[in-house]
Ligand binder design. Structure first.
Ligand SMILES: Nc1ncnc2c1ncn2[C@@H]1O[C@H](COP(=O)(O)OP(=O)(O)OP(=O)(O)O)[C@@H](O)[C@H]1O
Ligand SMILES: [Mg+2]
Length: 357
């Protein structure tokens, strides 16, 4: 990962094998979480064949396939030769992040359309029986036309709802193109889902939901994948503000509780422990703590990660950028670390203050 904080000559090593647990990555804004996460992902690419699925809200990992000139040439060559797929939403000229509505499980479809099985019984029932009609229809407007043409009031109400919510306008829908789930199924070494470029706030969440539902539905295949969620408070906050968010929370909580034995392992990064759902946090065995000022947050961490001494956590307000405390299953003993250099390029570096010429 880098060197010991107080001894630049000694290396800090994490056990790659212990990424078969859930990992929590935490630190205030600018502490260097995303940069450090990149260091870990590079090392996992170099030393394992564990596929990485990266949910990237700020296009920070979209340049993961690009190596830096200054880096170790052998490592750079290995990463450059790795199968890394980036599915974009912030750029139009590159492969796009797409999802098929028809592939979502019923509850997720209902969440997208804000349908309640009791309060909206008629429309929900149409959706329930819609799968046969929808499957294989690349152009979803055909479905709307069919709904509108029907005499059934439930069909017509569902058509109106879909139109009013304007979900058909979303760029996210595959409309016959390749969906993210198709790529994930090919098991590349890394798949980066660039979530930041969509116009509607629900689109990145539905994109995340579609791949998580897909992995969960196939959990019995027991094919391992590390699900990396940067800014995890967007995906599994303690309280949902929409039906889609509730569906996401439910899925992540279940993966946190039961995914481990199926090879669905989480690596969640966020600024404060209280910003993610407590039932997810409590399932994490590995901790990376970067600079964090608030005593309340440190107390929360001490509560969850009882195996880390409070006196160690208490040092984090003094950390400089790029300094971290690793603790838990993936390291023999809690270790203060100065993160090493990135091999690959960062996507969304900080914006500088303009100065006079
Ligand atoms: N170890 C490091 N070496 C060199 N530069 C670093 C290091 N850590 C962070 N930086 C730089 O500092 C800036 C902020 O780091 P980063 O984006 O990783 O912070 P963060 O903790 O993810 O913040 P946020 O919570 O706001 O996303 C970036 O421009 C990054 O390039
Ligand atoms: Mg970040």
């Amino acid at each position: 990962m880098g060197s010991h904080r107080d001894d630049a000559t000694s290396e800090v090593v994490l056990s790659a094998l212990k990424f078969n647990r859930h990992t929590f990555w935490c630190g205030q804004s600018g502490s260097g979480k995303t940069y450090a996460l990149g260091v870990v992902l590079e090392q996992l690419l170099l030393s394992t064949r564990l596929p990485l699925l990266i949910l990237d809200p700020n296009a920070d990992f979209t340049r993961l396939p690009e190596t830096r000139d200054s880096s170790d040439p052998e490592a750079a060559e290995t990463i450059a030769a790795s199968d890394i797929r980036v599915l974009h939403s912030t750029r139009r000229d590159l492969p796009q992040l797409r999802t098929r509505f028809t592939d979502l499980p019923l509850a997720a479809k209902a969440a997208v359309l804000q349908l309640d099985p009791i309060a909206d019984a008629d429309e929900y029932n149409v959706l329930l029986h819609a799968d046969a009609t929808l499957t294989g229809t690349p152009d979803q407007s055909t479905y709307i036309t069919a709904l509108r043409a029907s005499d059934d009031p439930g069909h017509q109400r569902l058509a109106k709802r879909i139109e009013n919510l304007q979900v058909l306008d979303w760029d996210l829908w595959a409309r016959g193109e390749v969906a993210a789930t198709d790529i994930v199924d090919e098991r590349p070494q890394a798949t980066v889902l660039d979530l930041g470029g969509f116009a509607h706030s629900a689109e990145p969440k539905v994109a995340a939901l579609s791949v998580l539902e897909h992995l969960w539905a196939r959990r019995e295949e027991r094919r391992p994948v590390l699900i990396v969620i940067d800014e995890a408070h967007n995906i599994c906050p303690p309280v949902a503000t929409s039906a889609v968010e509730q569906a996401l929370i439910d899925r992540v909580v279940q993966i946190a509780a039961e995914g481990r034995k199926f090879g669905l392992w989480l690596l969640l990064s966020t600024q404060r422990p209280t910003k993610i759902h407590p039932n997810v946090l409590s399932q994490c065995d590995n901790l990376c703590l970067m600079r964090m000022n608030a005593p309340r947050d440190l107390a929360e961490l001490a509560d969850t990660f009882g195996f880390v001494g409070e006196h160690l956590l208490a040092e984090s307000p003094e950390f400089r950028q790029g300094e971290a405390l690793f603790a838990g299953g993936f390291i023999t003993t809690p270790t203060f670390t100065r993160m090493g250099a990135r091999i690959t390029e960062e996507g969304g570096a900080d914006v500088g203050v303009p100065l006079p010429a």
